[in-house]
Design a protein around this ligand. Structure first.
Ligand SMILES: C[S@@+](CC[C@H](N)C(=O)[O-])C[C@H]1O[C@@H](n2cnc3c(N)ncnc32)[C@H](O)[C@@H]1O
Length: 505
């Protein structure tokens, strides 16, 4: 006899002990008894009826909520206004009760078990044969979460997170798949072809949430593509906005695309925490450009994403902020179109929006900021662009947001003052927006023109205008500017500001 592959002491642990077995029970037509009239019971009753159970409720004093639930589903629900008796349990598969008194609860549980029913007494785990999980409903897809009573709030938090990553149309995709199985065998007789179909189906179900309307047609098309002789996968490029750095500022769509990607081609400003959220198997390719140097040329990036997509890969082109704001997205879209590669854009939160939010400020204001303008202070050589619209920049009723302005801030501010912008116009310069090391320095256009040091060493955005003035509790005055790091604020004297390092605290 061969020696066992794993001697007992080296056998890998197979499964940790489970406090409860998660199972999905078919309740269609089963008889269920529910005792109690509270709102909590109303929720359980609704759930049992939705799962097809025939539910009889005994309640001396049913809550208005419970009455409404019963009225809404007379097919599955009957309400009788009295207490329970032993004979009510005859033929019952599941017995649920809201009984506070421990002795009464024990009597009910014993009687129900004698009749072979599974028992649940609300909030009394000692008498429960089963518990209700917290559910995410994308029927026919159901996710049920249990913490075995350890922390129901944790269960709800997990549910919210799962809700966020499952598109609302997932149920429709799953139902369409159920109905399509026989037809799939006809269209795609081969097993590898059907595997290709299911891979595409999953990508589609997660990526095209809102496009899940004509699903029969979509599945038909996917099946023909997967079964066709030229069954090379059709790749695509999705240009996705990653926001300014905080992963919580990703959109749900962006999350889904990250989860569906084969390859992620990402910029320098995309943070590691965001890349962490991508599908583990996805290849990551860094194409970051450093400042105004051309370490990775745009033409090379265009060619790379097109080639990957033509090779059948699902490419996520991940960019900081919103791809539509100073992201060279137009060139990448054009390259894809020229090569016949399908391309889509998923917007992101641009740095200006996140910066305003972090200041509790608005970029517009009814009285003193009727326009917002996003400008770059950086031409292809890293200098201040020659063709600035100086009249627009001198508008005291506008909020001006300067991207890529670290090197040229002082020159830009000087030009703005020369063009007529009041020198006392408020300015806030913010580095590393939305990240742990965010730093803000409040000052004026005049201060920036004379070259005050700007905060941080990371990416920097500068907002100019009355709507981004320092908060009232920290008014700017003639001899100070105001700086904040990680929410810690302090005033900085002008003499300090002229020192080379302002915010090394
Ligand atoms: C090529 S632009 C990309 C802008 C991006 N598409 C957006 O919507 O925010 C890069 C510039 O955006 C700004 N930026 C991007 N992320 C930033 C952040 N987290 N904090 C401050 N500025 C940022 C900086 O001005 C940086 O030089």
């Amino acid at each position: 006899m061969n020696a066992p592959l794993w001697p007992d002491d080296r056998r890998p642990a197979r499964l940790n002990a489970l406090p409860k077995l998660p199972v999905f029970v078919d309740l269609a037509g089963r008889s269920i008894l529910v005792v109690g009239g509270s709102d909590g019971i109303a929720w359980k009753v609704e759930l049992l009826a939705a799962a097809g159970g025939a539910v009889r409720i005994l309640a001396e004093d049913p809550s208005p909520e419970l009455r409404a639930v019963v009225r809404n589903d007379p097919k599955h629900l009957t309400l009788v206004q009295r207490t329970w008796r032993e004979m009510d349990l005859a033929g019952v598969s599941v017995a649920i009760a809201d009984i506070e008194d421990g002795q009464d609860a024990a009597t009910f549980a014993e009687a129900a078990r004698r009749r072979g029913a599974l028992v649940n007494i609300v909030d009394q785990p000692a008498f429960c044969d089963f518990q209700f999980g917290t559910i995410v409903n994308r029927a026919p897809v159901i996710v049920s979460i249990s913490t075995d009573g350890a922390a129901p709030i944790l269960g709800q938090a997990i549910r919210r997170r799962i809700e966020a990553v499952l598109p609302s149309s997932l149920g429709a995709w799953a139902q369409a798949a159920k109905d399509f199985r026989d037809r799939l065998r006809e269209i795609v007789p081969s097993k590898p072809g059907r595997r290709r179909f299911w891979e595409r189906f999953v990508d589609g179900a997660f990526a095209n949430g809102s496009q899940g309307r004509n699903l029969d047609g979509t599945l038909d098309r996917l099946a023909h593509e997967a079964g066709g002789e030229a069954s090379a996968r059709r790749g695509e490029v999705v240009i996705v906005g990653a926001g300014p750095g905080d992963p919580e500022l990703l959109t749900l769509k962006a999350m889904r695309e990250l989860q569906a990607a084969d390859v992620i081609v990402y910029d320098r400003l995309v943070t590691p925490a965001i890349l962490e959220l991508a599908r583990r198997e996805a290849r990551r390719v860094h194409v970051g450009k450093e400042g105004h140097s051309a370490s990775c040329r745009q033409e090379d990036i265009n060619a790379l994403i097109v080639d990957l997509a033509l090779a059948g890969e699902c490419v996520v082109r991940l960019k900081g902020g919103d791809p539509a704001v100073f992201g060279r997205t137009g060139e990448e879209v054009a390259a894809c179109r020229d090569a016949g590669v399908p391309v889509r854009i998923v917007p992101g939160i641009t740095t200006a929006s996140a910066a305003a939010a972090s200041l509790n400020a608005s970029l517009t204001h009814r009285d003193h900021a009727q326009r917002v303008q996003f400008i770059t202070a950086h031409d292809r050589h890293g200098d201040l662009p020659e063709n600035l619209n100086l009249a627009a920049l001198a508008d005291p009723q506008a909020t001006t947001i300067v991207y890529m302005g670290r090197r040229t801030a002082s020159k830009l501010a000087t030009r703005m003052i020369e063009s007529g912008l009041p020198p006392a116009t408020p300015v806030v310069a913010i580095s590393n927006v939305s990240r742990d090391d965010q730093e803000n320095t409040h000052s004026t256009v005049k201060d920036v023109a004379r070259g005050i040091p700007l905060p941080g060493a990371g990416p920097l955005i500068i907002a100019i205008g009355a709507s981004v003035a320092a908060p009232p509790e920290c008014p700017l005055h003639a001899s100070s500017t105001f700086t904040a790091r990680n929410g810690q604020r302090r005033f900085v004297s002008k003499s300090e500001l002229s020192a080379p390092t302002l915010v090394g605290h």
